[in-house]
Design a protein around this ligand. Structure first.
Ligand code: CU
Length: 160
């Protein structure tokens, strides 16, 4: 139990180091900002991938992320968690509430977009178009930056 806990802390700090060294980009629409949308790649044999980003809602109204659309894979919202036995699991999330004047982070060990059935291998610098569909705002088309992830650990997506 203790060793699992330490492992989580180590991978979280590895992500932080990685994140601060990569260049950020963002897109804004109607008071909603999507910051640093990225897909880490772990070699060329990936059949699935994850998408990370931050949603900042600067408006005085809550919104909901309800659908993810893309042409290069099947996409859905997942949430990772560590169960009572210290095992990493994930569940499919139908929608994510984005409260007013706050932000929601999609990151390792937490919320992420799960891409499955990739139509072709992901390649570094070949950005991927993803449409985030919000209940009130509608669609935001976002270019997800595909980045090599040498310092990140793919610890909880080995099985799918
Ligand atoms: Cu997942």
């Amino acid at each position: 139990m203790m060793s699992k806990f330490l492992f989580v802390i180590i991978t979280a700090s590895a992500f932080f180091i990685y994140h601060t060294t990569s260049h950020a980009h963002e897109i804004e629409l109607g008071g909603i900002t999507i910051k640093h949308p990225m897909i880490p790649i772990f070699g060329s044999k990936m059949k699935t991938a994850v998408g990370y980003f931050t949603i900042v809602n600067k408006t005085n109204e809550a919104d909901e992320l309800i659908t993810i659309k893309t042409n290069f894979a099947n996409a859905m919202i997942h949430k990772s968690k560590i169960d009572d036995n210290g095992l990493a699991t994930m569940e499919h999330i139908e929608k994510v509430l984005i409260p007013s004047n706050s932000s929601v982070v999609f990151e390792q060990e937490s919320l992420h977009i799960m891409f499955t059935a990739l139509k072709e291998p992901l390649e570094e610098y070949m950005d991927k178009k993803v449409t985030l569909v919000f209940k009130k705002l509608g669609n935001i088309e976002v270019e997800f930056q595909v980045e090599k992830a040498s310092s990140m650990k793919m610890n909880n997506h080995k099985d799918h």
